[in-house]
Design a protein around this ligand. Structure first.
Ligand code: HEM
Ligand code: SF4
Ligand code: SF4
Length: 524
């Protein structure tokens, strides 16, 4: 049983292969691609802390700014200079991880449906981060600052919002005064504050967001920045002089790439390009995509005891509790917030009433996916198990977003693909093993630390390890050798098939052992 077609795009396959290589180098825990958003936060904090230090020594004014930055760079190189370099390189790294994060969410399709919110709120972050970086380069008031300021003013002048052209009235040697520096220093504090606010909004609809990379990764990144700061300290490029046009200056291509473009294209064309890209990115979640969303979760009040497990497990803050409305003795009831639900089914796997041991043929769980009811899943599984033959009969539970388990189906293997592995209530494992006497249960889903639905892999592992409700029950633990958990992305189908075969040959040995033990008991 499958709910949606697997996303098999070439870009996705290439990304998964590349991440597989990173997993081999760093391990799944430290793979930087699995926490690009958290790395964004990390670099932002490095920028903020180093920036606060530099700001303490920074002097505002046409004659003061450049010497104050020079003092930090040369006279106080051991701290001020390092802080300046950290500030610059962490800002560059922030752009890199932001762009990779955006591309990755796009390639993996984690931006459509109810997930539009994080995507859409990410768009102004791009603008603000670029604005803040460009603004930072102006603060130094060297030749690069002069070039950037004039280019930015000329670009802004194209917009019909300023009465007189800023490039003439504002940025000339005569008129350029301390007000300009007050403005850019004020902006260099205000924009990051707005960024912090927007970052908070960005992750507002995400439960347990990962905002800190693992310590090993954070330390590694910090070390890399420090080494870079020592090998190639950030330097100024000679004081600005409005009487001379700056030549042969080095550009920071991470932030200032737009300005060289202005040398060849007209301001209007560059505006059209950036506004076009912004608009396209903004509307992407609403353009037709291959990710088809099935109907969202529905609560069945008469079957809900208000236990809150669905609230605890939903990765998208899409279930809330409210006072009981039907007069039952429980104080609360669960409610699904429709525009936040991504139809992952994780809440169904969390609900205690999802158990297949319910006696009624058409039982209803406290929370259900209307297109994949628990009674329907039980019936599908029962039918599939009944046709199994051979000496190593296995039930495979998989995920629509990981390796396509349908490809594993055979005479001895029954499969069921779910919107997320964590939709599976652990009681289904027990049910398959004991009520249907099959030889083993094999569970798979997205690679470790890379669950398409963020937390499904973690919740599944914790439930099976009995660290989280609903836990795998006692008698299954004794039979744990008949339950196998193996994570495999769409790029790992070969490894998955091999692991399944290994598991099945292990089951055959177990069966022989059990049969031999039974024979001995019979003889006795
Ligand atoms: C430097 C800026 C950014 C930072 C620091 C950042 C950080 C984060 C973090 C920490 C998460 C939560 C990750 C998790 O725990 O699953 C996240 C999710 C996300 N971000 Fe960003 N982000 C930034 C920019 C962007 C941009 C520019 C976009 C795209 C326009 C974007 C799109 C998304 C999406 C789609 C999600 C995932 C939502 C989901 O899984 O449903 N982010 N971001
Ligand atoms: S299906 Fe359930 S767990 Fe998934 S987003 Fe909707 S309410 Fe949350
Ligand atoms: S997990 Fe089930 S019983 Fe518990 S609050 Fe949610 S819907 Fe109700």
């Amino acid at each position: 049983m499958t709910t949606s077609s697997h996303n098999e795009s070439v870009a996705r396959k290439m990304l998964l292969r590349f991440e597989g290589v990173l997993n081999k180098i760093f391990g799944n825990d430290l793979n930087p691609f699995y926490c690009l958003g958290a790395l964004g936060f990390f670099f932002f904090w490095v920028v903020a802390v180093s920036g606060a230090y530099i700001y303490a020594f920074y002097k505002t004014g046409i004659q003061l700014s450049y010497p104050s930055v020079e003092y930090l760079t040369h006279e106080q190189w051991y701290l001020g200079g390092i802080m300046r370099s950290l500030h610059r390189y962490a800002s560059d790294a922030l752009v890199v991880v932001m762009v990779l994060h955006l591309l990755r969410e796009f390639i993996l399709g984690r931006y459509t449906g109810a997930r539009w919110f994080a995507w859409f709120t990410g768009v102004p972050l791009i603008w603000l981060i670029f604005a803040s970086g460009t603004n930072g380069y102006m603060m130094v008031w060297d030749m690069l600052a002069q070039y950037s300021t004039v280019a930015a003013m000329e670009w802004l002048d194209w917009l019909p919002i300023f009465g007189e052209p800023m490039s003439q009235s504002f940025v000339t040697q005569e008129v350029l005064n301390d007000r300009f520096f007050t403005l850019i220093s004020f902006a260099h504090v205000t924009i990051p504050l707005i960024i912090v606010f927007l970052l908070w909004v960005h992750i507002m609809r995400i439960s347990y967001p990962v905002v800190n990379p693992r310590r090993g990764l954070a330390l590694g990144m910090l070390l890399a920045l420090l080494v870079l700061a020592l090998i190639k300290p950030a330097l100024s490029q000679g004081p600005a002089d409005m009487g001379i046009e700056p030549r042969n200056i080095g550009i920071d291509w991470f932030y200032l790439f737009i300005f060289p473009l202005l040398d060849t294209w007209s301001a209007g064309h560059v505006w059209a390009l950036v506004m076009g890209i912004t608009l396209l990115i903004s509307v992407l979640p609403w353009l037709p995509s291959r990710n088809k969303q099935i109907p969202i979760a529905e609560v069945s009040l008469k079957d809900c005891s208000g236990c809150r497990r669905c609230v605890a497990d939903c990765p998208y803050e899409a279930v809330v509790m409210r006072p009981r409305s039907d007069g039952m003795q429980f104080p609360e009831e669960a409610v699904v917030v429709p525009d936040r639900c991504v139809s992952c089914g994780i809440c169904v796997g969390a609900c205690p009433s999802s158990t297949p041991y319910r006696s009624d043929a058409e039982y209803v769980s406290g929370i259900e996916m209307p297109s994949m009811t628990m009674a329907g899943l039980r019936a599908a599984m029962t039918g599939d198990l009944a046709r199994l033959e051979g000496d190593a009969r296995v039930m495979v539970f998989g995920c629509d977003n990981a390796a396509d388990v349908e490809r594993l189906r055979s005479a001895g293997v029954a499969v069921m693909s779910l919107p997320c592995t964590a939709m599976l209530p652990p009681s289904f494992i027990e049910y398959a093993l004991y009520e249907h006497q099959i030889d083993g249960v094999f569970i798979t889903g997205c690679r470790e630390n890379d669950c398409y639905h963020r937390l499904g892999g973690l919740w599944t592992a914790q439930r099976l390890n009995r660290e989280r409700e609903p836990r795998l029950r006692g008698r299954v633990e004794r039979k744990h050798e008949r339950v196998r958990l193996f994570w495999a992305s769409a790029a790992d189908i070969k490894e998955l098939a091999m692991e399944l075969e290994l598991f099945r040959s292990g089951l055959r040995s177990l069966n022989e052992r059990d049969n031999a033990a039974k024979e001995i008991l019979k003889r006795e």
